[in-house]
Write a new protein. Structure first.
Length: 255
């Protein structure tokens, strides 16, 4: 455990060492908390339930990430800024929910920002803990969508990654895969630290754009293949039997 912690400290991590990303991540955490609190408010839950929903949505993904990679206790529980931001988001929903309800596209944009930033952050942290690339991608995706899943579970709803027909999981996967390439390029000294930060910003732009375009243009993933009739094993077996009978009769007639 101590070795993993030393590795994570000694390995440069853009999202944790760059002020720009840190501010945007705090904003994303705040708006994620508001989205979770609004979900509870729409169901007319009490103030305590709204605060719980806001906390789970804002911090759930990061907590799951740290548990998966063995970072105990999770950063979200030891960094008071995250806890304070989650509480502030819940309080804003309690007192300002009519105004928050009108900010549909603002919430959608920051939800997409949170998805991108948390996916990049989770992938980077997974690689910092010397996880294989495919495992780091999994950690990144879980970090991106984990908060929303936690929110839907405690609110007894179908998780948004399944319920939302627009592209939600796909942008997180794209962000995590691209992050692996960027981090590997930095590890092998193909790019410098500044270039890594710029490429991370580009990944955020790509991910947010993909998510927003899917909502605006109604892009959806294809469902199950539509077929009018199922395959009938019995009918195929009957055809085989008839063909066998016909061939046997032909042989007897030939004889």
């Amino acid at each position: 455990m101590l070795l993993a912690a030393q590795i994570s400290i000694s390995t440069p991590m853009p999202l944790e060492s760059n002020w720009f990303f840190l501010i945007v991540e705090y904003l994303a955490t705040f708006f994620c908390g508001m989205i979770g609190g609004m979900a509870a408010c729409r169901r007319e839950f009490d103030s305590f339930s709204i605060m719980i929903a806001a906390w789970f949505t804002a911090l759930g993904g990061g907590t799951i990430r740290d548990v998966l990679i063995g970072c105990i206790p999770p950063t979200n529980l030891t960094n008071y800024w995250y806890l304070g931001i989650a509480i502030l988001a819940g309080l804003c929903v309690i007192f300002l929910h009519p105004e928050v309800e009108k900010l549909y596209w603002t919430n959608t944009i920051f939800d997409a920002l949170a998805l991108a930033l948390f996916a990049i952050d989770g992938t980077t942290k997974g690689l910092a803990y010397h996880m294989p690339a495919i495992t780091a991608i999994f950690v990144g995706v879980v970090t991106g969508v984990g908060g929303g899943v936690c929110r839907d579970v405690i609110l007894n709803e179908v998780p948004v990654i399944i319920r939302d027909k627009h592209l939600y999981l796909v942008p997180a996967i794209v962000a995590s895969i691209l992050t692996v390439f960027v981090c590997k390029a930095y590890i092998y000294n193909w790019i410098n630290f500044t270039s890594e930060i710029l490429l991370d910003i580009l990944i955020v732009i790509i991910t947010v754009t993909l998510r927003l375009l899917s909502v605006k243009l109604d892009w959806t993933m294809p469902g199950a293949v539509k077929r009018s009739q199922p395959l009938s094993l019995h009918s195929s077996r009957r055809v085989e039997k008839k063909s066998k009978k016909g061939s046997s009769r032909g042989l007897l007639h030939h004889k």
